[in-house]
Structures are given as structure tokens and as C-alpha cells.
Design a protein around this ligand. Structure first.
Ligand code: ZN
Ligand code: ZN
Length: 336
């Protein structure tokens, strides 16, 4: 795909451009065809601002990992219902910080939950206590896992790569959970920082994953070199709020992530879907389509826009974020 450095060079041949266009069209067609089919495995990184919340759907079974900030409960429940989710088979609270469990008391109150996994870290906050009370009042089976423990979610195998034990710091007490569905996998890290990542490496359970939920909103305290080398993600997702006061994600972390990166502050909710073999963005929310940059004006357009540049000035992108990352600004007319 045309990248950062090709813009406005104008040096590529017509043949080169044509090949890029054909490749983009074939890929767009493949994506378009596959969107018609229901995918058996999906992960939704729900946009909850500066917080974490992810839904995993595996062969119709559902798991929610973290639940945003206090106040996010209603929008999470609304999102789940819009996806046709009526109950949660599994609920995981990575660790008891408010930006991970904030909306969970509301979720538990408004949606049946079969089983919950909690970090061993005990917090004294009112939010944490109301989560425990809610789980108890509804008779939810609550467990604190040990590293290596597994459970099934439809056809997915889930394993705790780290159990957060032995840390007196809530972030490092995050549960690290790897979910494997046939040939693809996702690693959920909560706010695990370098010490917890080192523990996960020591534990020795599989970490290599197709998708990495980047630890601690992309903070430089997480995503240590050794951990990243073990995970080797093809896709990294950063759950982070636009203009947050923490400076997340850190420039240093972004630099390390040489794979495809999706950010909830840039894209809103990120939905990845898999047939068990490949993993990729699903639907409009992920911004997939054919986007055409104008190497002269620096604007990018949808395919049907009346202001498309002439062919020799076109630069092609399959994802909206790729066009933005290449330095193009959205056309004000077709609003891609
Ligand atoms: Zn957090
Ligand atoms: Zn935290």
C-alpha cells in the first residue's frame, strides 16, 4: 500500500500506480465479500474514552473484558444489546481501577452474567464494592484465576498468562488473558506494566498473538521490548481517550509498534473479525473502503467524490487511517 513517503513525489510510474490500484481493489473486494458472512469470532474494542472495554464473541458465546469508567455502563449495555448480546457468559475485570471496572456494576445489574474472573488485587473503592455486591446479589460464579488456568468460550480457548498475584500495585495485578480461536489469537493485558509483563514471560505460557490489546492505554510503562518480541502482534489496539491528560499513548510505545495499529481515540470502536484463519477490521466502523489521496492537494476522497484528482495524482488506501497516517486530510465534500 502506498505509504508515508510516497506522497507528492510523483515519481511512480503509471504501471506502478495501476498495480497499486488493482491490489487495493482486489483487497477491497475480498473484504466486501467477506463482510456479508457472519464471522464466528469477533473482538469489539468498545470506545469508552480513556478506559478499557472489550467484547469477545466466539461461536455465539460472549465475554466482556473490563467495563469503562463509572458512567459508561449504559452505553456499554446499549452497545451489547445493539449487537444482539443478551447475556454475558464470561465477565473479566482485569484489575479494579475505575477506568476498567467503572461501568461494570451497571452492566451486572442490567445483563445476566454466568461467570466472572477477578484480579486478586482487592480495592476499597465504592465502585469495586458495588461490583462485588452486584455479582454476589445475582449469584454470579466468581473466581480469581491462577496463571495457566484455562476456560472455553465457544470454540475459543482462553488462558490466563499472568494472574496478577504478588503485586501490591493494581496495574501490575492485571490479569493477562490470551484467547485463541483456531489460527488466530488475542492478548488482553489490562494495565499490566513491565514487571507484570516480565512475570508473564517467566510463567512460560503462550503469549504470541495475532492481536495485542496494548497494555495501559499505550503508556511507556508497558509494552517492554521482551514482551513485545514474545507477542509479535500483527495488529495492536490501543484503547485510549482523545486528548487525555496522561499523554497516552506514549510516542515511544507507538514507535515500537511496527504492526498495524488501531486506536479508539482515532477510530471510535474498533471491531476485528475472524474466520479462524485471518483477522481484520469489520464493517464501516473500522473505516475500510477505497480511499483516494490527491498527491497535489494533500486531501483524500471517497471513490465517488466529484473532486477526485486525475489518475497520475492518485494515491490509494484501503483504510481511512492509512490515508490519515500518510498525511492526507479528509475532503470536506465527500467527508471520507
Ligand atoms: Zn487503565
Ligand atoms: Zn489501572
Amino acid at each position: 500500500m502506498a505509504g508515508k513517503n510516497t506522497r507528492r513525489t510523483g515519481a511512480r510510474s503509471w504501471g506502478g500506480r495501476l498495480l497499486t490500484l488493482l491490489a487495493a481493489l482486489v483487497a477491497a473486494l475480498a473484504v466486501w465479500l467477506s463482510q456479508g458472512e457472519a464471522q464466528p469470532f469477533e473482538v469489539h474494542f468498545i470506545d469508552v474514552g480513556q478506559a478499557d472495554c472489550a467484547l469477545v464473541v466466539s461461536d455465539g458465546k460472549t465475554m466482556l473484558i473490563d467495563g469503562g469508567n463509572p458512567g459508561d455502563g449504559p452505553r456499554i449495555v446499549e452497545y451489547l444489546q445493539a449487537q444482539g448480546v443478551e447475556k454475558l457468559d464470561v465477565l473479566v475485570a482485569s484489575h479494579p481501577h475505575a477506568d476498567h471496572i467503572g461501568g461494570l456494576p451497571y452492566v451486572v445489574e442490567h445483563m445476566p452474567v454466568t461467570r466472572a474472573w477477578l484480579s486478586p488485587y482487592v480495592h476499597t473503592s465504592a465502585t469495586y464494592e458495588s461490583l462485588l455486591d452486584g455479582l454476589d446479589a445475582r449469584g454470579v460464579a466468581v473466581s480469581v484465576p491462577t496463571a495457566g488456568e484455562t476456560f472455553a468460550l465457544g470454540g475459543a480457548q482462553c488462558q490466563f498468562a499472568a494472574d496478577g498475584r504478588g503485586f501490591d500495585d493494581a496495574n501490575n495485578a492485571s490479569l493477562i488473558l490470551r484467547v485463541e480461536y483456531q489460527a488466530v489469537s488475542v492478548l488482553f493485558t489490562g494495565d499490566a506494566e513491565a514487571p507484570a509483563e516480565a512475570r508473564a514471560l517467566e510463567n512460560g505460557f503462550p503469549l504470541a498473538s495475532t492481536v495485542l490489546k496494548v497494555g495501559h492505554h499505550g503508556s511507556d510503562t508497558s509494552t517492554s521490548d521482551a514482551f513485545l518480541a514474545a507477542v509479535q502482534p500483527e495488529i495492536a489496539v490501543i484503547s485510549v481517550g482523545e486528548g487525555n491528560s496522561y499523554g497516552h499513548p506514549a510516542a515511544e510505545t507507538l514507535k515500537k509498534l511496527t504492526c498495524q495499529v488501531y486506536r479508539t481515540d482515532e477510530m471510535g470502536t474498533v471491531v476485528l473479525a475472524s474466520d479462524g484463519l485471518t483477522f481484520g477490521p469489520k464493517g464501516e466502523g473500522a473505516g475500510l473502503g477505497l480511499y483516494i489521496g490527491n498527491t497535489q492537494s494533500g486531501k483524500f476522497h471517497r471513490l465517488g467524490c466529484q473532486y477526485l484528482p486525475s489518475f497520475e495524482n492518485m494515491d490509494f488506501f484501503l483504510r481511512r487511517t492509512d490515508a490519515v497516517q500518510a498525511g492526507y486530510a479528509a475532503c470536506g465534500v465527500c467527508k471520507p
